[in-house]
Design a protein around this ligand. Sequence first.
Ligand SMILES: Cc1cc2nc3c(=O)[nH]c(=O)nc-3n(C[C@H](O)[C@H](O)[C@H](O)COP(=O)(O)OP(=O)(O)OC[C@H]3O[C@@H](n4cnc5c(N)ncnc54)[C@H](O)[C@@H]3O)c2cc1C
Length: 468
Amino acid sequence: MNKKIVSELAKIVGEEYTSTREDVLLTYSETASMAKDPVAPGAVVRPGSAEEVSQILQLCNKHKILVTPRSGGSSLQGEAIPKPDGLVVELLRIKGITLHKELRSVTVGTGVTFGELDKFLNQHDLWVPVAPESALVCTVAANVAVNGAGPGSSAYGCIAEMVLGVEVVMPNGKIIQTGSEANPNAPGPFLRYAFGPDLTGLFIGSLGSLGVMTKVSLKTYKRMHHFHYETYGFDTAEQAEKFLIEVKGNDVLPMFASVYEGPVLNFFMDMVGEEYGIPEHEWPHRTVSMTIGRLREEQLKSDAKKAKEICEQLGGHVIGISELPQGEWDGRLWTFVRTCYVHGWHWRTLYHHQTPTNSHRSVEEITAAMDKHGFLGHTAGFLSGHASFNLYPHFYFDPLDKEEDHMIRAAHDELATTLYKTGAVPFKLAEYWKGRMEGMEDYMKLLSAIKEALDPNGILNPGVLGGI
Ligand SMILES: Cc1cc2nc3c(=O)[nH]c(=O)nc-3n(C[C@H](O)[C@H](O)[C@H](O)COP(=O)(O)OP(=O)(O)OC[C@H]3O[C@@H](n4cnc5c(N)ncnc54)[C@H](O)[C@@H]3O)c2cc1C
């Protein structure tokens, strides 16, 4: 990157937080994602405040420098891979947690991870009940930027449902506050849907392409201490899917409910069975592994009874192995994620939502792709809201084996098209969905027009949001 620009950046954030060193650029050239090849940026800066972010964006606009916002770098769809000679704006220095006890909300600086937030709220017997499995390394703000979901979502939905407002630096450098706090006289974050249309929503899932969030305000809840862990067996996919719908429809509160096919569960057992202390079992065609959570014990007992009743009415049976859901739930912030890497594999994913009753269609398509291309993978997913199911299939491969790498890219591309046709909804609108969403041309044009209006020079993470 041009030396003069680098020295102007250093004036904004300080020499110690500006780098063009080759080893630093190499570090920031990639993320946890295997969806895109690494790209070295021209420079990296680590601002310490919203004002510094604002000055950086103004400078980049003036010189038309492409900017990639980056936090924990744990995203999986290539969203935080830089542009050649572009600028990485790494946001982890912007910390700070403010609890608004009476408003039942909390405000975090953009560099705060879910792990840090949970540790803080635990002291007050509170929590934000939704967190991704990468909670210890990933930031709350970036999870909002990718519209994440994870344990807790089965009851409360995606992270979007927790958000009350954001402070965001627009591409032109203006700092905007959304939600109730847009009124500087308001006592704090207590209402998201205020002052006209939902401007907070504009930044949720925007993959850092419409603005850089510097603060996020979220709802807090009294921390639950009562959980019921159970596994439920079914002979057909339809029974298991109906079970999830009935559980939600009867107001049972599943904090995390995942569905496993027999062979996938055996595969999973191979990875974590011993660690979670799960006994040997001949798993049925479909297993639902569910943690119910409640504030009060009597609510929990009633929910557990109702879940058993629903299961049996549908022709299923209670398996009675609680170690699987307990391992998933108790280890949700730190051990669960390790299962992805137990064998040292590299993997690609294709995050999407289905309705629970259509999730078997994704399983069919993914299994067909595994059979056709001959790769190892899994199809697991979990209940992720009012009536949605989050699939996070893993496709394992060896990136050093060129043939395998090529094959997995082809399979990934093919699946994006076939899954969309089954009704899949890509809640993280990654670049690889571009051109595959037939019938959504006008929608994409509107999104494009919004991007152009907010970022006329196209400096902020161009190309990542469905190719926009
Ligand atoms: C093993 C593993 C398990 C995972 N499990 C889950 C899971 O359960 N649920 C889930 O949702 N995700 C999961 N992820 C994906 C990833 O952890 C999430 O997407 C996470 O929210 C990314 O946060 P980050 O801080 O690492 O962001 P980064 O990877 O640094 O950035 C992610 C995106 O957000 C943008 N961005 C970053 N900071 C800001 C900001 N302040 N303002 C605007 N845009 C910004 C970036 O430009 C990029 O587009 C998993 C990842 C791994 C490796």
